[in-house]
Design a protein around this ligand. Structure first.
Ligand code: ADP
Ligand code: F6P
Length: 320
């Protein structure tokens, strides 16, 4: 394979730049021509394709976001729109594609591969860590550490005012960001979509601990687990203690990627180019028990994302 391209798609995630850098440098190391596609599938359909060099990815490894930019392109579900994308690739004689994104991006990749025989390698890039076939996605660890920074700051002020706070974090229908940040931050209550919770019990515990002198508690809410304002109002009314609500939002999507995400990005990017060089069938690249894995896109749906209930129980026991 002589010419390949790379794109970032869906929600951006810290480490996407490091992954693009790894793909570009590995491709050049294999004497391949490498192109960058702007704004994900939306840019591909429009032919926003640029030749990349070694210098194009200099000074990027520590930067959050994606210099190729990204976009959501709902029309890409349409095979005629996909055909335009394939025409754009063949206009540059591009034979292989590396896509960096989440579940949706991988569905688009599967279609390009199944419908048009394009060789596509998928690199999991999303802060949500909601991809069932891999233990970690690029961006998750950095996002959790960003939430941890917020938890530390919130503890200071909430403790000073004897207040309870509810911090909402992202994750779509996956509770991993809330869970890992909850354990690392010693948060008292972790509310996730995967586990039922009892607000009466939580309110009673908040009140009891207050009367015992623990006048500040923290609740971390994964966005898919309920409405932050309704939950806060309920706990405040039942416990009689003021509950401050913080929606952490897009802050957790940015920031300089940390070691874990940069190393994942390097390993995934390098592997993607290796697979294209070997003319492998289209694959999703991931990591399980610290070993790289490759999974055909068609098999991804067969894996169920296992929620770490043991860690969830540890979070609650250790924060009592
Ligand atoms: P993520 O990749 O982070 O999950 P999205 O769900 O928005 O983010 O998916 C990114 C892009 O992938 C979408 O904007 C669309 O262009 C493409 N995509 C999503 N679902 C499909 C699908 N079922 N078929 C083809 N393309 C899809
Ligand atoms: O998938 C990443 C993510 O940040 C989710 O956690 C969040 O629900 C969603 O994207 C937000 O999407 P948008 O950037 O389109 O508002």
């Amino acid at each position: 394979m002589e010419r390949i391209a790379v794109l970032t798609s869906g929600g951006d995630a810290p480490g996407m730049n490091a992954a693009v850098r790894a793909v570009v440098r590995a491709a050049l190391n294999n004497k391949m021509d490498i192109y960058g596609i702007e704004r994900g599938y939306a840019g591909l359909v429009k032919g926003e394709i640029t030749r990349l060099s070694h210098r194009s990815v200099s000074g990027l490894i520590h930067k959050g976001g994606t210099f190729l930019r990204t976009a959501r392109c709902p029309d890409f579900k349409d095979i005629e729109v996909q055909r335009q994308a394939v025409e754009a690739l063949s206009a540059y004689d591009i034979e292989g594609l590396v896509v960096i994104g989440g579940d949706g991006t991988f569905r688009g990749a599967k279609d390009l591969s199944d419908n048009f025989g394009i060789k596509v390698m998928g690199i999991p890039g999303t802060i949500d860590n909601d991809m069932s076939y891999t233990d970690y996605t690029i961006g998750f660890d950095t996002a959790v550490n960003t939430v941890l920074w917020a938890i530390n700051n919130l503890r200071d002020t909430m403790h000073s005012h004897d207040r309870v706070c509810l911090l909402e974090v992202m994750g779509r229908q996956c509770g991993d960001i809330a869970l890992y940040a909850g354990v690392a931050g010693g948060v008292e209550y972790v509310l996730v979509p995967e586990i039922k919770y009892d607000l009466d019990q939580i309110s009673a515990n908040v009140k009891k601990s207050y009367l015992r002198g623990k006048t500040s508690n923290m609740i971390i809410l994964a966005e898919g687990a309920g409405n932050r304002d309704e939950i806060a109002a309920y706990v405040q009314e039942k416990s009689g203690i003021p509950v401050k609500v913080i929606n952490f939002g897009y802050i957790q999507r940015g920031g300089s990627p940390n070691m874990m995400d940069r190393v994942l990005a390097a390993r995934f990017g390098y592997k993607a180019v290796e697979l294209l060089k070997e003319n492998s069938d289209s694959m999703a690249i991931g990591i399980r028990d610290n070993k790289l894995v490759t999974v055909p896109f068609a098999e991804i749906g067969q894996h169920t994302k296992k929620f770490d209930e043991e860690l969830y129980n540890i979070a609650h026991v250790l924060s009592l």
